[in-house]
Design a protein around this ligand. Structure first.
Ligand code: SF4
Length: 452
């Protein structure tokens, strides 16, 4: 417990993936029980924490830029503490303490120590806690979530896959899963608090295992908690996309018909160098199998362009695969060498400009495909979980379909958390636009095989 009279206030900024967003909610819970309170106003903060990402060089550069701004702030407010959390803390460890700016460095498996470390840092003792754990999964903690419609729920941590480009196994450690019972209990709690969509999270979520229960078993149990709550999951690895999981997605009415399945490259040679453990043909068969078992399913993927030694011919294979498989979405990134990974020792042979050109080509192709697919939905009705006002107008509301498409429609009497059927009359590559048909649905299960 902090010995300070009133709770010291902590401003927490989060970068990177949804796992970091979920971790920040865990940190919020730990700080609350440790005698600290969160504030959204940095001017009122006694402690500034940055939950960081190390997946790409430019993610770290962005955080260095932010720390530079905090250094000015700290000069004006010398009593405040600055702490770095997350993957960058784990990667750079005590090196981050070399500047006078940083007082605390805490890795993803050591957040329970934060209140104690902060108490000691106020007494002048800088702290580093970066031990990775084989068991820590924060199973027993209650994350501090703001009320809302959608919740993120980590079910496993770490990764054992060791893709050669990826720092995650080094910054987040080995795989470990929460217990099925605690996940199911948390889903029940979230449902009773009004959350209507829950995304099960993990770096490699479909390798979840609790005794005899695999991820498919977890998904079925979670889906059965409350059929009016949509269930999503991310991110999955093709190697662990089992027939049992495909069956659960197909059969459970409230598991969203959307699968994000990173392919990374369309070249077997590059997949081998990446240690992705599958071939293009295996991946292609998986996509066909998912589409066969789950009619109307939406599929998205990740691609890395410019991996070491990726030739123009390798790149063309990736472009051809994107054209062939017609994903609903694709997130394409330039390869970024990360120290400590196996790929770090390979020559970063593709010039930055050429990486950018390849990303641009894939992104352009994917936009065209997404636009065609979205336009095919014009005239159809999709069920939308209403999330709230759109960014552009308070007179329009936005929500997402079962298949994760953004849908914008004129606001009438809907409330966030309700379901509405929207007839689509216009589309671009990212968003569907339409008008509501029929009454809103308070807490009804998803209709099986919704149009989008
Ligand atoms: S599966 Fe590969 S890319 Fe994904 S977190 Fe694990 S090592 Fe990284």
């Amino acid at each position: 417990m902090s010995t300070y009279q009133s709770p010291r206030r902590v401003y927490l900024e989060t970068y990177g993936c949804q796992m970091n967003v979920a971790d920040s909610e865990v940190v919020g819970g730990i700080l609350g029980t440790g005698g600290y309170a969160l504030t959204s106003d940095i001017a009122k903060a006694d402690v500034v924490l940055v939950n960081t990402c190390a997946i790409r060089e430019n993610a770290e550069q962005r955080i260095y830029g932010r720390l530079g701004l905090f250094s000015t702030y700290k000069r004006e407010n010398p009593g405040i503490l600055i702490g770095v959390l997350g993957c960058m803390a784990e990667r750079l460890r005590s090196n981050l303490l070399e500047s006078d700016l940083v007082d605390l460095v805490v890795g993803p498996d050591e957040y329970r120590k934060l209140p104690g470390l902060m108490d000691r840092a106020f007494a002048g003792e800088k702290g580093v806690a970066v031990r990775l754990s084989r068991v820590e999964n924060y199973d027993d903690l209650t994350p501090l979530r703001t009320e809302g419609v959608c919740a993120w729920l980590p079910v496993m941590r770490g990764c054992d896959k060791f893709c050669t480009f990826c720092v995650v196994p080094f910054t987040r450690g080995r795989e470990r899963s929460r217990s099925l019972r605690s996940v199911v209990g948390e889903v029940g709690d979230l449902a009773s608090r009004g959350f209507r969509e829950i995304t099960l999270l993990g770096q490699n979520v479909n390798s979840f295992r609790d005794g005899a229960n695999d991820f498919a078993g977890l998904m079925r149990e979670v889906a059965a908690v409350d059929r009016s709550v949509r269930i999503r999951f991310m991110t999955s690895h093709p190697q662990d996309m089992s027939e049992r999981l495909i069956g659960a997605i197909a059969e459970e009415v409230n598991i969203c018909k959307y699968v994000h399945l990173p392919v990374q490259s369309g070249s077997d040679r590059i997949l081998g160098l990446m240690n992705r453990t599958y071939t293009v043909d295996h991946y292609r068969r998986l996509i066909h199998r998912i589409r066969e078992a789950v009619p109307g399913v939406a599929l998205s993927t990740d691609v890395i362009s410019g991996f070491p030694s990726e030739s123009v011919a390798d790149h063309r294979l990736t472009v051809d695969l994107i054209r062939e498989l017609r994903f609903d979405g694709a997130f394409t990134f330039k390869y970024s060498p990360r120290e400590g990974t196996k790929a770090w020792d390979m020559e970063d042979s593709v010039p930055e400009e050429e990486k950018g050109r390849r990303v641009w080509e894939i992104t352009g192709l994917q936009h065209a495909i997404a636009l065609e697919q979205n336009r095919e939905l014009i005239g159809r009705t999709v069920r939308v979980l209403v999330e709230g006002p759109s960014k552009k107008s308070p007179h329009e509301y936005t929500g997402r379909s079962d298949t994760n498409r953004s849908v914008v429609f004129p606001h009438a009497d809907e409330q966030p958390g309700e379901f509405a059927d929207v007839r689509i009359d216009r589309a671009n590559s990212a968003t569907l636009f339409g008008v509501r048909v029929g009454d809103v649905i308070g807490a009804a299960p998803q209709s099986r095989g919704s149009a989008a």
